[in-house]
Write a protein that binds this ligand. Structure first.
Ligand code: NAD
Ligand code: IPM
Ligand code: MN
Length: 352
């Protein structure tokens, strides 16, 4: 029986994950598919429970599972902890590295009924449909770090091997082949050596994908172009930190950070999580938008289990509730009736 490890984590993670699990279970039941769901503590919640952000039992459970569904981790209570202990680094980066989830896929699509939601102009956003592919287990996040006290200084080393660059670029080219065959590789090759290597390898690989139109763009320009004319992009591929920053920016092209789903793939396994964090400012109040997590569950069915029809059912249900006018606070315009996290989950279940 396929196993799903469920890691709610911290803050709104505790609220959005139950909604995604309800939707998953409903879809699986109707498909007559028997799956095993097992909850594990992670992040600050695990620190409070067993003194460790990524308990061995959680890591082991994720290793043995076919897919992982994660909410979010982190919160002010744990911000003072050293990197080796805090939720974001020990748990989230630990899981990504530990299970080799190197390919992070973040689809950005403007659902027509949300056009008025974004702070950007409707004609700029109408028809936005792109995928950002972010390298997830290398770069400055995982390089050597250090600090000196007198005089105070700190460093984070950014490095990439050919193998790390090649496999994420292959993911980019392969994704482009399945879409409009346009791949934009985003780097900072005017300054960074890692980017120059990245660009070299991208150009080499382009020869193996003659149908794909490969372009290169500096990351600062890419940030500007995403806001100026996002429809020029089909597939973007970029390194870890650039991808982190650009995808939060790009989330507003789909209406809200509360809509941005993600899949982190290793080749054999996947972890699925919304791109946003634990949102301590709204946690515990039934205010969070669960749709990014519900859409991440759809990505799980698609990528980990090949259940395309079931993935589409979830995605269509999400579109339907938005058409029906259901809005959590992050999606609401003046005059909209705002619903809570649970009510949004109810609506998606009803729309399946
Ligand atoms: P955040 O994404 O948690 O929140 C940013 C803003 O977006 C907040 O105003 C929040 O209320 C809003 N928001 C986020 N998700 C929402 C949703 N589903 N519905 C409605 N509004 C939503 O980012 P932050 O405030 O910079 O970080 C908070 C904590 O989360 C930090 O500890 C951070 O390290 C952590 N974090 C974790 C992850 C993760 O686990 N994948 C990702 C990002 C941040
Ligand atoms: C994300 C988050 C994480 C990242 C943090 C919490 C480590 O922002 O998933 O985008 O930077 O990758
Ligand atoms: Mn981020």
């Amino acid at each position: 029986m396929p196993k799903i490890a469920v890691l709610p984590g911290d803050g709104i993670g505790q609220e959005i994950i139950p909604q995604a699990v309800r939707v998953l279970k409903a879809v699986l039941a109707e498909a007559d598919a028997d799956f095993e769901f097992q909850d594990y503590p992670v992040g600050g919640a695990a620190i409070e429970l067993v003194g460790k952000a990524l308990p061995d039992e959680t890591l082991q459970g994720c290793r043995e599972a076919d897919a992982v569904l994660l909410g979010a981790v982190g919160g002010h209570q744990w911000d003072h902890l050293p990197a080796s202990e805090r939720p974001e680094t020990a748990a989230l980066l630990g899981l990504r590295k530990g299970l080799n989830f190197y390919a992070n896929i973040r689809p950005v699509r403007m659902i027509p009924s949300l056009l008025a939601t974004s702070t950007l102009k409707e004609d700029v956003l109408d028809g936005v449909d792109m995928v950002v592919i972010r390298e997830l287990t290398g770069g400055v996040y995982f390089g050597e770090k250090g600090r000196s006290d007198n005089p105070r200084s700190a460093y984070d080393k950014m490095s990439y091997s050919e193998e790390e660059i090649r496999r994420i670029l292959v993911q980019g080219f392969e994704t482009a082949m399945l879409r409009n065959k346009k791949l934009c590789s985003v780097d900072k090759a005017n300054v960074l050596e890692t980017s120059r290597l990245w660009r070299e390898i991208a150009n080499e690989l382009a020869k193996e994908y003659p149908e794909v139109e490969l372009t290169h763009m500096y990351v600062d320009n890419a940030a500007m172009q995403l806001v100026r004319n996002p429809k020029q992009f089909d597939v973007i591929v970029t390194e870890n930190m650039f991808g982190d920053i650009l995808t939060d920016l790009a989330s507003m092209l789909g209406g809200s950070i509360g809509m941005l789903s993600s899949a982190s793939l290793s080749g054999s396994q996947g972890m699925y999580e919304p791109a946003h964090g634990s949102a301590p400012d709204i946690a515990g109040k039934n205010l969070a938008n669960p749709l990014a997590t519900i859409l991440s569950a759809a990505l799980m069915l698609r990528y980990s289990f090949g259940m395309e029809a079931e993935a589409l059912r979830i995605e269509n249900a999400v579109e339907k509730v938005l058409e029906q006018g259901y809005r959590t606070g992050d999606l609401a315009q003046a005059g909209d009736k705002v619903v809570g996290t649970i009510e949004m989950g109810d609506a998606v279940l009803a729309a399946l």
